[in-house]
Design a protein around this ligand. Sequence first.
Ligand code: SAM
Length: 289
Amino acid sequence: MSDSTAAGVAKARHIESLAPEATRIIDDPYAQYFYFGASLVNLVGHGAGLWLFDMLMPGAHEMLIARTRCIDDLVQQEVENGACQVVLLGAGYDMRGARLNLAEKKVKVFEVDQPAVQSRKREKVAAIPNLSNPVHFVPVDFACQRVDEELSKVADYDPKAKTLIILEGVSQYIPGEAMLTTLKAMDGVTGPGTCFFFSYVDERIQREAAQLGDAKTVQKIMSMAASVGEPWINFYAQSEVPGLLEASSKFRLVSDVSADEISKKSFPLERQIPPEKLLVIERYVVARK
Ligand SMILES: C[S@@+](CC[C@H](N)C(=O)[O-])C[C@H]1O[C@@H](n2cnc3c(N)ncnc32)[C@H](O)[C@@H]1O
């Protein structure tokens, strides 16, 4: 089971964490432990690291980092408003629990991922010096297991609590049916006021890639994902999202914004990239029940 895309996102977060404090958008001191080549990036620093990343996938860094920042802000907001559990679906090498000090804020974190990827993460986490990471690991393959059943086996999980659910950079990898089942399952094991964040890839990528960024870059990203055994197989049109929520759950749409919008909001003017370099293949949904 490949963890390459999770490692790729960790790489972007590491590169961003090396930016000068005044201009960096997110800080992830743990990202460097999850991908091969981090010591080289530490050596060359933010500027050269970003340049190299950009050579391969122009615009991807800004899209990924703006996404991470927007979710970090959502976590802070939901915790302030009483969410006491965070469920990371397809957690990969996301270290929000430790990064955002959620345990100190009395917020429980449940990381859900494919069994093989999760056990690799557990090994890597165990090797990080001086890390306190009191999260619950819940192995689930969305394609063939139910997340509600697996969460219910964790004694510390409260199915009535106000919860924040995050499915970041995952929906394109799982069948549409699994996405429906997962929405429905999470509806059944969360309390009133629960917020569900998910990202999705715009279905226009299949026939009008040039609408979403440089068509060659878009094609390259999809080919790279497929070549490591993590092909993108699931896409949505913006108009489908309210129906997807209604068909599967009591979650109702609060907002559905483009990568372009959150990128402009997250990055200061001096770090914004030219419009022709922007990748807008993803959109971001916040839903609530
Ligand atoms: C691009 S990574 C994103 C990781 C993380 N959410 C982040 O943003 O850093 C995609 C993640 O989805 C997970 N994933 C893919 N298919 C899955 C499935 N069928 N069941 C559970 N997780 C899955 C992968 O294991 C991986 O961790």
